[in-house]
Design a protein around this ligand. Structure first.
Ligand SMILES: [Zn+2]
Ligand SMILES: [Zn+2]
Ligand SMILES: [Zn+2]
Length: 137
């Protein structure tokens, strides 16, 4: 297994095999993954609650971030730059390919500032662009 334990340690997490295995999944793929992808991948080796808790911890620590999927689900992707603990706001676009269903972070393409009606306070913006990715074109 490649050693990604330093990422866990840098983020103040104890190194456990489960955390390493899940982190591995994110490192070996460029595109976003869902909790059920991880469960399907790891099979019976791991229980759902553990996967759920591990993902939640990773999000809290700024190792991965959430991406809202078009079918109401949630996917996750690695944070590219080190995100400050607990407060990593992402303002980049996400792209979902309608052919291969892969969701990708478009890190360099930022969401434009939103104009909201008076009285509305913005906390988070998620933009999912749907279309066909370069691999499927
Ligand atoms: Zn982040
Ligand atoms: Zn595609
Ligand atoms: Zn992203």
């Amino acid at each position: 297994m490649n050693s990604n334990s330093h990422i866990l340690r840098d983020n103040g997490l104890r190194v456990t095999e489960t955390r390493q295995v899940i982190l591995d999944k994110f490192q070996e793929r460029q595109s976003a993954i869902s909790q059920s992808d991880i469960e399907a991948d790891l099979g019976a080796d791991i229980d759902r609650v553990t996967v759920y808790r591990t993902l939640k911890t990773f999000v809290e620590r700024g190792i991965i971030h959430k991406i809202l999927d078009d079918k109401g689900g949630v996917k996750y992707a690695m944070c590219k730059e080190s995100c400050a603990h607990g407060d990593h706001h992402h303002d980049h676009l996400h792209f979902k390919c309608s052919v291969c269903q892969e969701t990708t972070c478009l890190e360099k393409h930022l969401i434009p500032k939103m104009q909201l009606p008076e009285g509305y306070q913005q906390e988070e913006v998620n933009i999912l662009v749907q279309g066909i990715c370069p691999n499927c074109k």
